[in-house]
Design a protein around this ligand. Structure first.
Ligand code: ZN
Length: 273
């Protein structure tokens, strides 16, 4: 199905919040199928050029002027194609969010941290968070992910989202826990240690810090990258001691990385059962 023409002025008219920009773009795109053609979309909205080069310190660069009359985007060719799609959507977010202040003289320069857990001054964190929010709304809109959310939580559905939407497993897992109606969180681990977490609505703060050893996790069999969903003891998990039930599932990735899905049933004081 050919991509419809996109109306940049209509997008600019609603450019007051990330949600409104993303939903106006999807309104114009109609019922497009996954994966969302982010490069074609960028080229139709005022980006003149998308290039790739091996970058060391940065993931992506947007060269533009304060008025955003034109833009060109440089992506890190050393990153995976799915990460490059995300980086492109992130830079398109900076381009369309007219209130974002340029982070360098010529535009925006973004690193891996900006695209995962932004840090720095308040304005920087807000801008990077908004660009990430735009990226995931563009690449994984509610219409295209609802089929994965209407079932019991399982990392198999995260893998299916990753494959169909052509987003990284990390981005798919974060979108999943933030969109699912169950109380979910995802932890990113490395060599058995905690790196960072993303918590969906209603999931309590997890009292672990970067580098802390992770509590006991389910075993992953030899023939699969994903474990069964197993019940764990909430007392092993700082911050989650009050959970009535804690279920855990692990996805093993290459190079010592892992993705851990947590689901809790909270101890509701109003619950008479
Ligand atoms: Zn950025």
């Amino acid at each position: 199905m050919p991509l419809p023409d996109l109306d940049r002025m209509a997008v600019d008219d609603v450019a007051l919040s990330v949600d409104r920009i993303a939903s106006e773009m999807h309104r114009q795109l109609g019922n497009i199928a996954a994966p969302v053609p982010v490069d074609q979309i960028a080229l139709r909205l005022g980006i003149d050029e998308i290039r790739e080069r091996p970058l060391r310190e940065f993931e992506a660069v947007l060269v533009t002027d304060p008025e955003r009359s034109s833009g060109s985007i440089l992506l890190n060719s050393r990153s995976s194609p799915y990460r490059r799609r995300y980086s492109l959507a992130h830079e398109l977010g900076h381009f369309l969010c007219g209130w974002h202040k340029q982070t360098s003289r010529k535009g925006f320069v973004c690193n891996k941290r900006d695209m995962a857990i932004p840090s720095g001054n308040d304005v920087h964190v807000r801008q990077e968070t908004e660009a990430n929010q735009f990226a995931i709304e563009l690449l994984a809109p509610k219409r295209l992910i609802s089929r994965y959310l209407n079932r019991l939580p399982d990392l198999e559905h995260v893998l299916a989202m990753h494959a169909a939407l052509e987003i990284s497993k990390t981005a798919a897992a974060r979108r999943y826990v933030n969109s699912h109606r169950e109380r979910l969180a995802v932890i990113f681990g490395y060599e058995g240690c905690y790196q960072y977490a993303d918590r969906g609505i209603g999931f309590p703060y997890i009292g672990l810090h970067k580098g802390d050893p992770l509590p006991p996790l389910p075993n992953v069999g030899r023939d699969s990258s994903i474990s069964d969903v197993e019940e764990a003891d909430p007392l092993d998990w700082p911050g989650l001691q009050r959970a009535k039930v804690l279920a855990i599932q692990v996805m093993r990735q290459e190079n010592g990385h892992s993705i851990i899905l947590l689901q809790i049933e909270a101890d509701d004081p109003n619950d008479d059962d």
